[in-house]
Design a binder for this molecule. Structure first.
Ligand SMILES: Cc1cc2nc3c(=O)[nH]c(=O)nc-3n(C[C@H](O)[C@H](O)[C@H](O)COP(=O)(O)OP(=O)(O)OC[C@H]3O[C@@H](n4cnc5c(N)ncnc54)[C@H](O)[C@@H]3O)c2cc1C
Length: 443
């Protein structure tokens, strides 16, 4: 094993990973292909370029994205400190001047005495580890092939087809009922019944709703099972009622009657604190998703943990192939970090860079490492990535539905979230102190 760390990709995750290792005294060789080869979305050669929005997400105290950023601040994250240094006014969000942000990171990375930034496209994964693969949703095609070979073709995906996820506390249980189709396998699904008028009103509004156009490099090639609901609705007014909204085998246990159509919701976690709308992958704009989903009986007050989306995104089946240190189960020493692991978002990607780096650094130093506790934002993400269903694994951003929460009898949402936030920050401090004793800290 090498006494230095190899990292492929100097995006959000790769830059964070390089910084964390180098600040702990470990030499890093960081490979970045931009300047010799391009991606379809990046426009500059800067490290950590933000490809789309300039927002690092909600910064409102006690929101889930805030907790994640705050935890990263405790590790002197290069991504968050450069975000804070180059912020622009954006209400409750941490938005940044994207050029200054990326320039600061590029400058810090390229002038660090322990980081060698090599401008080249990597097409083969180095034999000798540790190596972190942080090549993002737009991993170059040749390296994608190599990753496929390494992990098995069936574990690498190229599209996200995400359904919205709603807060269980916001569902009206006087309308929604628990049942499985034909009573098979226990009452695992929540079902929102629609009568004929409600269904056709819903279809009319869905057809008229505003959709996000596909970027030119996002070829609209859908797998039949991942069709957006609005595309299905365009095929004919009854298509959804015979497809994902079919009511057969789902009589309402309270009346014994079968509705005209049924929207099914599936549990998103063991705690049943979040539900996803089955088959509801969509390209509607976020405000329209809110409006359309709230037309469904039982979801009139729905609060969203995640909106639906469909976009080009290379990611791996993390629960199947990585352990909770983000290391390949079949080839120790090979780590993955960033969006390719199945997290969504700039800050989530940087977070996985931090965690993969800490684990790889501990390996190089011959020290023990264990992942952050589940009641922290970092731990909640790792837990999601590594214990989710292997069959239905889908990318995820940070949200309260992922946190492990001790039995809490607080109904007020704000108060509850404050408690979760305070606890998370306390736990992450303890975890950081433990790590500091073994592998040191970032200055
Ligand atoms: C079009 C698009 C828009 C997005 N918009 C947003 C948004 O608005 N907000 C948000 O929070 N998230 C957004 N995301 C999701 C995600 O947060 C970003 O993609 C984020 O940059 C992911 O971080 P990363 O470090 O995993 O990958 P990246 O930041 O993409 O970094 C990967 C790096 O690896 C390099 N690389 C690729 N292949 C090779 C190779 N073979 N050899 C060497 N280097 C290589 C790339 O050039 C790149 O610099 C978007 C994603 C896409 C694709």
């Amino acid at each position: 094993m090498n006494d230095f760390l190899t990292i492929i990709g100097a995006g959000l995750a790769g830059s964070e990973a390089a910084w964390q290792a180098a600040e702990r005294g470990i030499p890093v060789v960081l490979h970045e292909m931009r300047s010799v080869s391009r991606t379809a979305a990046h426009k500059t050669n800067n490290c950590a370029e933000l490809v789309c929005s300039n927002s690092l997400g909600n910064n409102l105290p006690h929101s889930a994205p805030f907790i994640l950023k705050e935890e990263l601040r405790k590790f002197n994250s290069i991504v968050i400190s450069s975000g804070d240094n180059n912020s622009v006014p954006a209400g409750s969000a941490l938005a940044v001047d994207r050029d200054l942000f990326a320039k600061e990171i590029t400058e810090k990375i390229s002038s660090h005495p322990l980081i060698t930034l090599k401008r080249e496209e990597i097409v083969e994964i180095p034999e000798e580890g540790p190596v972190i693969i942080a090549t993002g949703p737009l991993t170059s095609p040749k390296l994608s092939e190599e990753i496929s070979r390494l992990i098995g073709q069936e574990y690498l995906y190229f599209y996200d087809a995400l359904s919205p996820i709603v807060d269980a506390n916001s569902i009206d249980y006087d309308i929604a009922f628990f049942a499985s189709r034909y009573g098979k396998g226990g009452a695992d699904y929540l079902n929102c019944p629609m009568d004929e008028k409600q269904y056709y009103d819903f279809i009319r509004e869905l057809n008229a709703a505003e959709k996000v156009p596909m970027a030119t490099f996002e070829k609209p090639v859908y797998f039949e099972g991942c069709m957006p609901i609005e595309v299905l609705a365009e095929r004919g007014p009854k298509t959804l009622a015979f497809g994902p909204l079919k009511p057969v085998g789902l009589p309402d246990p309270r009346t014994g009657k079968i509705a005209f159509a049924v929207v099914q919701l599936r549990k998103e976690n063991k705690e049943s604190s979040a539900y996803n709308l089955v088959g509801f992958q969509t390209k509607l704009t976020y405000p329209e998703q809110k409006r359309i989903v709230r037309l469904i009986p039982g979801l009139e007050q729905a609060e969203f943990f995640r909106f639906g989306a469909i976009h080009r995104n290379t990611f791996i089946n993390t629960p199947e192939i990585l352990n909770n240190e983000l290391e390949l189960k079949t080839r120790p020493g090979v780590y993955f970090a960033g969006q390719i692991t199945g997290v969504e978002g700039y800050v989530e990607s940087a977070s996985m860079g931090l965690l993969a780096s800490l684990s790889a650094v501990a390996k190089i130093m011959g020290k023990n490492y264990s992942p952050p506790p589940r009641d922290t934002a970092l731990g909640a993400l790792i837990n999601y990535l590594t214990t989710s269903s292997k069959k239905n694994f889908q990318p995820m951003n940070i949200n309260f539905g992922l946190f492990w929460v001790k039995e809490m009898k607080i109904r007020d949402k704000k108060e509850r979230n404050q408690k979760i936030a305070l606890n998370a920050l306390e736990q992450i401090k303890k975890w950081r102190e433990g790590l500091k004793d073994s592998i040191g800290s970032a200055a």
